[in-house]
Design a protein around this ligand. Structure first.
Ligand SMILES: Nc1ncnc2c1ncn2[C@@H]1O[C@H](COP(=O)(O)OP(=O)(O)O)[C@@H](O)[C@H]1O
Ligand SMILES: [Mg+2]
Length: 471
């Protein structure tokens, strides 16, 4: 029989240690460690099978039910009316859900959430007993004063009487206010600045972040209040990032791109109530974030009569259920053999390294003595391999200094053998390209299923060499 293992439990912060110490290393409290014996497997087994059944505790818990007999909870959604935001959440806000909105400082989190709060405050709530129930929306600002928020609200035109602002950092007082006003949704801007007074740790620390978030999520679930958390992500990662609360919340969305572009891409990376990878597109203007419902040629530069320079290729990337036409730019410059730089922005640098190797080996392009720079224009990030061929042709075009004609759409995954592989949703991508006036398409083989696209000549290619010969 296994022996009981002795451990020491801090009665203040709940951390477990292997030896007794005068001071808890986690929370710093003196004389708080108590001896604690972990039950052995046999003890645990005895407790669950005989002990609990005898006392009747088991009868009070949840009982297992056949999956077919469980009523599906139809998730009624509240649309906030900002279509791009509703799209990211999978068709609107689910009551009682917890949503984390992350992003770098200054990217527009407060702006977006104040707009969402205003829109929700104006939105009509569900009809309860024949009456339109309108519940307020509570915006908790823990970083800025109420006056600063009011200033921003004036700029954004948010003046609904249903939108309440609370400048508070103590999570218990925040919860008290939530109980008092019974809002439909609460915005916590930001989670890194609020604290639980009975924890000695500083705001923003792992303990505070997790405990405050847990308390608010528990409240969200039990009272049916949706909670939006704002979390800062810093490039250096010195602050306890919002990563540690990702598993506690239902939905996680991140701002992408940088604050130097006027366009903001908001991407859903986790969603318990809908599809992930959905993106929302916004433009930052003086009166707040304006939605961009038809991105069209937003990320594609319109070159003059001279056509695009060498190294510029247009491709179609899937962003959630939407096709985005993006421009891949490449530049090669002579360098020293062995010290050649490869810099990539917006795409995977591992993928680009592989593409360079394929170009060297299969297309006999000598790139070893060249610096190679690859950029996806407009601050968009594309992770899918469907843009491989476009990257390869952009590098080849830059290296050979031969521009690719305007209006050429290139889509395809590149294999190590130099073969061009098929990609998902190819027809969808081609249709979007044709709609936006691309005259030529270079794509993987479609096996006789080439769609009829008015005005677009589709070239199917089997290898990288064929693709280069076509252009
Ligand atoms: N008057 C204005 N006109 C245009 N853009 C503005 C104006 N004021 C602020 N902004 C934009 O809003 C951004 C700040 O947004 P904010 O929501 O405070 O960011 P976060 O909460 O993510 O730190 C600024 O970086 C700027 O781009
Ligand atoms: Mg802010």
């Amino acid at each position: 029989m296994a022996k009981n293992k002795t451990q020491f439990l801090c009665n203040h912060c709940g951390s477990v240690h292997v030896k007794w110490m005068g001071k808890c290393p986690d929370c710093g409290t003196w004389d708080s460690l108590e001896e604690y014996k972990t039950p052995t497997f046999d003890e645990r087994a005895a407790r669950t099978s005989k002990g609990l059944r005898a006392t009747g505790d088991l009868a009070q818990g949840a009982t297992a039910v056949a999956i077919g007999q469980i009523e599906e909870a139809d998730t009624p959604r509240t649309k906030c009316g900002i279509a791009e935001f509703d799209r990211i959440l999978g068709g609107g806000m689910v009551p009682g859900s917890a949503i984390l909105v992350g992003g770098e400082p200054g990217i527009g989190k407060s702006t977006l959430l104040l707009q969402v709060a205003e829109a929700l405050a104006r939105a009509k709530g569900p009809v309860v007993k024949g009456k339109q129930a309108t519940r307020p929306v509570l915006y908790v600002t823990s970083e800025e004063s109420a006056a600063q928020t009011a200033l921003r609200a004036a700029r954004l035109g948010a003046k609904s009487a249903n939108l309440l602002v609370l400048a508070e950092t103590n999570v218990e007082r925040i919860i008290n206010q939530i109980h008092q006003h019974e809002p439909a949704a609460v915005v916590i801007d930001s989670i890194q600045m609020i604290y639980k007074p009975d924890r000695p740790a500083a705001p923003g620390s792992v303990t505070q972040l997790r405990d405050c978030c847990m308390d608010l999520v528990y409240l969200a679930k039990s009272a049916g209040v949706s909670v939006f958390f704002v979390g800062h992500v810093t490039k250096a990662g010195t602050l306890a990032g919002p990563k540690i609360i990702e598993h506690i919340v239902d939905t996680v969305v991140y701002f992408e791109g940088d604050r130097y572009h006027s366009h903001r891409i908001v991407r859903c990376v986790k969603n318990r109530f809908g599809s992930t990878h959905e993106v929302g597109l916004f433009e930052m203007t003086g009166s707040g974030l304006v939605e961009v419902s038809d991105p069209g040629k937003l990320f594609v530069e319109q070159y003059g009569p001279g056509g695009p320079p060498s190294g510029s290729v247009i491709t179609a990337a899937m962003q959630g259920s939407r096709v985005l036409l993006v421009e891949v730019q490449a530049l090669t410059a002579s360098s020293v053999i062995g010290a050649a730089k490869r810099k990539v922005s917006g795409a995977s640098s591992d993928r680009v390294a592989m593409i360079i190797a394929v170009l060297e080996k299969r297309a006999e392009l000598r790139l070893a003595a060249d610096d190679v720079f690859v950029n996806i224009a407009g601050g968009v990030k594309v992770a899918e391999p469907a843009i491989d061929l476009a990257i390869a042709l952009a590098i080849a075009s830059a290296h050979l200094n031969r521009p690719i004609a305007a209006g050429t759409l290139v889509v395809g995954e590149l294999g190590l053998g130099g073969e061009v592989r098929s990609v998902p949703q190819l027809e969808h991508r081609l249709r979007e390209g044709a709609r936006l006036g691309c005259g030529v398409g270079v794509v993987p083989r479609m096996g006789g299923n080439v769609p009829k696209l008015g005005g677009m000549a589709v070239h199917e290619v089997r290898t990288l060499g064929q693709a280069m010969a076509t252009l």
